[in-house]
Design a binder for this molecule. Structure first.
Ligand SMILES: C[S@@+](CC[C@H](N)C(=O)[O-])C[C@H]1O[C@@H](n2cnc3c(N)ncnc32)[C@H](O)[C@@H]1O
Length: 419
């Protein structure tokens, strides 16, 4: 037997445990040239089937893959065949096995006392309360940086964790329970893809949608590159794609994907979480143009209307004159503009045939930015009452909402009856 090599019986014991019912976890750490490489393997239940989750940490970089039994057995052979100084810890229902291979190649074996542990395969829909706990989200949270290496939600990421959970709750309440045959989602202004990647797991593993395609769009090349890396680490590179583009320019062409045979791009669900300023309007407009049945949009900062109204604060001959005192105070003006902008957005979406609910999707104690426009294409477009409400509000404030300018051609036929 060579130095560093595990004895044949030991190898057999490891194989039998990992492939058997009592397997809980295997972790091997290798130290080389001052760097540490760690691989862990554990059984998980995915879609009702027993699979294996492999997590590789190479000098701080984490990569996670879900494997079937054959691929796990192959991976295990590589783990067993590893050379050099290393520690291997194998946990099973009947006890633990520790193997330490020293720098000189000596193999030291120790075992725990006999145990009688119950092996619980962690089903992905075990905890229903939080969407991110309705599937096994540990690898996702670690890969996107919401959780640390131990799987604990980082204090600095608690806000994002809550936002994504609450967003997913609304997704769960909104989407049909009967899984559609295929489902396309676009995340507009996806940033670092916390929501985008969480959506994939939630739709496929909790709602059991069989064929999901998710596209994250962001105009920042650096965040798109980071999001792509994360998707690859999670083995989702071909399922969740990221496109570097301005929302205005995205035409449905995904680099490397087959063209859709000339058919216009369409989506079932369009989401946006804190897409800055008019990017929220753009997400709503794209949702309309892509004929999305569902649009869920949590707006962020809004500047357009503020700029328009700011210039009025000192003037008295405008219809907004009674509001001069309010407009003069920047904080109050900002809040008024937020409310007005979202009111215009909600009315425009209603005019275009969407049932719209404005909800507080996350607690106001967590963030003041807690509004979401929840839209479902479900009502008759162009209803007179809604159109006149919109025009009266707009004309009272003598403003030009950005979403109206963006969708003017679609809105024109409904407005023409009132002019
Ligand atoms: C505040 S971040 C939110 C990111 C992510 N949705 C989240 O909640 O973590 C807003 C993102 O929208 C992107 N963005 C803003 N305007 C955009 C536009 N017109 N087209 C594409 N992306 C845009 C920004 O680059 C940024 O990454």
């Amino acid at each position: 037997m060579e130095r560093f090599e595990l004895a044949g019986e030991l190898q057999e014991e490891i194989r039998a445990c990992v492939m058997g019912e009592g397997f809980m976890k295997l972790v091997q750490s290798v130290r080389r040239n001052g760097k540490q490489f760690k691989i862990s393997l554990r059984p998980v239940e995915i879609g009702g089937e027993r699979k294996f989750q492999a997590e590789m940490t190479d000098n701080g970089q984490v990569q996670v893959k879900n494997l079937d039994a054959a691929a796990a057995a192959e991976g295990l052979e590589e783990i067993i065949a590893q050379r050099g100084a290393r520690d291997l810890h194998l946990m099973g229902a009947t006890g633990d096995l520790h193997i330490r291979v020293t720098k000189k190649g000596r193999v030291l074996v120790s075992r725990s006392a006999a145990m009688n542990r119950t092996v619980e395969l962690r089903p992905h829909d075990r905890v229903k309360r939080l969407p991110l706990a309705s599937f096994d989200s540990a690898m996702l949270l670690k890969a996107v940086g919401i959780a640390d290496g131990e799987g604990r939600v980082r204090a600095s990421m608690r806000g994002k964790y809550d936002q994504v959970n609450e967003f997913l709750k609304v997704v769960g309440e909104t989407l049909p329970h009967e899984p559609p045959e295929r489902f396309t989602v676009v995340d507009c202004g996806c940033g670092k893809a916390y929501l985008t990647l969480s959506l994939w797991y939630y739709l496929t593993e909790t709602l059991k949608y069989p064929k999901v395609r998710i596209i994250g769009i962001d105009r920042r090349g650096d965040v798109v590159a980071a999001a792509r890396k994360m998707a690859e680490r999670l083995d989702l590179g071909d399922k969740v794609v990221f496109v570097e583009a301005d929302l205005t320019d995205f035409d449905g062409c995904i680099p490397g994907a087959d063209a859709a045979g000339g058919a216009p791009f369409s989506a079932d669900l369009v989401v946006s979480l804190y897409a800055c300023d008019t990017a929220t309007d753009e997400a709503l407009a794209r949702g309309v143009e892509w004929k999305a049945r569902y649009i869920l949009s949590a707006p962020c900062c809004q500047h357009e209307l503020q700029k328009e109204l700011a210039g009025r604060s000192g003037r008295v001959n405008l219809p907004s004159a009674p509001f001069a005192g309010l407009l003069r105070q920047s904080i109050l003006r900002e809040r008024l503009c937020d409310i007005l902008t979202d009111s215009f957005r909600a009315l425009i979406m209603r005019i275009l045939g969407f049932k719209v609910q404005v909800i507080e999707f996350v607690s106001s104690e967590a963030t003041a930015r807690n509004i979401m426009l929840k839209c479902e294409y479900a009502v008759k477009p162009g209803q007179r009452g809604t159109v006149s409400e919109y025009l009266e509000l707009r004309d009272f404030w003598q403003v030009s909402p950005w979403l109206e300018k963006r969708l003017d051609r679609m809105l024109a036929k409904y407005f023409s009856r009132f002019e």
